[in-house]
Design a protein around this ligand. Structure first.
Ligand code: NDP
Length: 449
């Protein structure tokens, strides 16, 4: 990583020394610092106050043992994490990831990105992230419940409706949030909006389940419309088939696009007639099965093992909605060769830095995760508002607010990129706009932490 600014080079060097063996975290920090070159030139007050030196260091991080008993009576041990990165503009907010690949580096990259994403929503939420290397796949409901209860037994000491409000992420859906909420209530004896992504029956928000995917499409539609392109009729690839992917595909279809491929960690399906989402929902949300089952219901579709091949399908729009670094340079070049017009990130950091550079130099419209997938956390913040007011908005009310938030995020990123002489670079626009609001709040609050 090379920087023009000596100051940024030194900050990045210090981060590398302090966080060795954390490649995902260093990748996320490097990308943001790169975007901040013009800010460092224009804002000596930010440099003098050590804002960038401080923002790369989490306010607090905890790691804890999570022991639980499986269905055979055997004791199992996992590792839990919560990184509370920044609370300058509101309580820490960010999901809980349950996946075997979780480690400190992954949680720190996600927590760091969350600071800027949450800032972009315009809502009062700080950044944080948590998780565990527990794998819910193949576990019984009882096992998942015992794990979640044990996880929350420790986590409840560190979170609260005005302190830190976790939500879902990979492996954490309404089932896991429910078990965690129940345990929090049991231990703390209080019914508060301490988690979002709750089921509707006990304080969840309508449209939260759909929000990240829908928001991604509101952003993508705006990004295309700004260049005079209509999303209707476009061929769209959506990777993943979890929460974000399913509702991205649903909104893409409602807007007149044609989703022709989806995937899970075992492979991808290709359906030129347009993916049948009822079949996908049954496989993924009801049966918790593998995506290969799709071809049993839709024999004209094909299933191919392995994840990378999905990016070799000819499409106009690519929406990576599975996991980090799923599009490398080779995949980006395959998409470009096939004439892709736009890429918008539903997952967090799904494109490697080389892939992002390839898209940008080929003139592909590129919506970075911090901006494009912010609809989930924005709607989580709307869930917090409803919980505080002890009332519920209708689906349409929440969806309309989500739509406006996503359009504003696009406009803010685009305008900021232009103001800093980086027209059409939404990566820089998102990083700078997200950063400046938090930096300003930190300046007002002094060197308190
Ligand atoms: P889910 O657990 O619901 O779905 C994840 C999907 O991605 C599944 O299809 C899963 O396949 C696939 N996947 C996971 N890991 C890998 C891997 N290593 N290789 C290939 N495929 C993989 O998670 P979400 O939909 O909630 O999250 C998806 C992404 O979106 C993540 O990056 C998350 O951080 C991000 N995000 C989520 C938000 C939300 O509101 N949920 C908000 C903002 C961002 P399989 O079933 O085989 O594991």
């Amino acid at each position: 990583m090379t920087f023009k600014s000596e100051y940024l080079a030194k900050v990045y060097d210090d981060v590398c020394k302090r966080n060795p063996n954390e490649p995902e975290f260093l990748q996320a920090v490097g990308e943001v610092l790169e975007s901040l070159e013009p800010v460092v030139e224009r804002r000596p007050d930010i440099v003098a106050a050590g804002i960038i030196d401080r923002i790369v260091e989490p306010e607090r991080g905890i790691q804890f043992r999570v022991s639980w008993v499986d269905d055979e009576g055997k004791v199992r041990v996992n590792r839990g994490y919560r990184y509370q990165f920044n609370s300058a503009i509101g309580p820490h907010k960010g999901g809980i990831r349950l996946h075997p690949s979780v480690n400190a580096s992954v949680i720190k990259f996600l927590g760091f990105e969350q600071i800027f994403k949450n800032s972009l929503t315009g809502l009062p939420i700080g950044g944080g992230k948590g998780g565990s290397d527990f794998d819910p796949k193949g576990k019984s409901d009882g096992e998942v419940m015992r794990f979640c209860q044990s996880f929350m037994t420790e986590l409840c000491k560190h979170i609260g409706a005005d302190t830190d409000v976790p939500a879902g992420d990979i492996g954490t859906g309404a089932r896991e949030i429910g078990y965690m909420f129940g345990q929090y209530k049991r231990i703390r004896n209080e019914f508060t909006g301490v988690l979002t992504g709750k089921s509707i029956s006990y304080g969840g928000s309508l449209a939260r389940k759909e929000a990240t995917g829908y928001g991604l499409l509101y952003f993508t539609k705006e990004m295309l419309a700004d260049k005079g392109i209509d999303i209707a009729g476009k061929r769209i690839i959506v990777s993943g088939s979890g929460n974000v992917a399913i509702y991205a595909a649903q909104k893409a279809t409602q807007l007149g696009g044609k989703v022709i491929a989806m995937s899970d960690s075992s492979g991808y399906i290709h359906d030129e007639d347009g993916v049948n989402l009822d079949v996908i929902k049954k496989i993924k949300e009801v049966d918790r099965a593998r995506i290969s089952e799709y071809v049993k219901s839709v024999p004209t579709a094909t299933f191919t093992p392995g994840c990378k091949g999905i990016w070799t399908i000819k499409a106009d729009v690519a929406l990576p909605c599975a996991t980090q670094n799923e599009i490398d340079e080779e995949s980006a070049k395959a998409l470009i060769a096939n004439g892709v017009i736009a890429v918008a990130e539903g997952a967090n950091m799904p494109s490697t830095p080389e892939a992002v550079a390839a898209f940008q130099s080929a003139g592909v419209l590129f919506g970075p995760a911090k901006a494009a997938n912010a609809g989930g956390v924005a709607t989580s913040a709307l869930e917090m508002s409803q919980n505080s007011m002890r009332l519920s908005w209708t689906f349409d009310e929440v969806d309309a607010k989500l739509h406006d938030i996503m359009v504003n995020i696009y406009k803010n990123c685009s305008k900021t990129a232009r103001e800093f002489g980086l027209e059409d670079n939404l990566v820089a626009g998102a990083n700078i706009a997200g950063f400046l609001k938090v930096a300003d709040a930190m300046l007002w609050q002094g060197v308190a932490y």
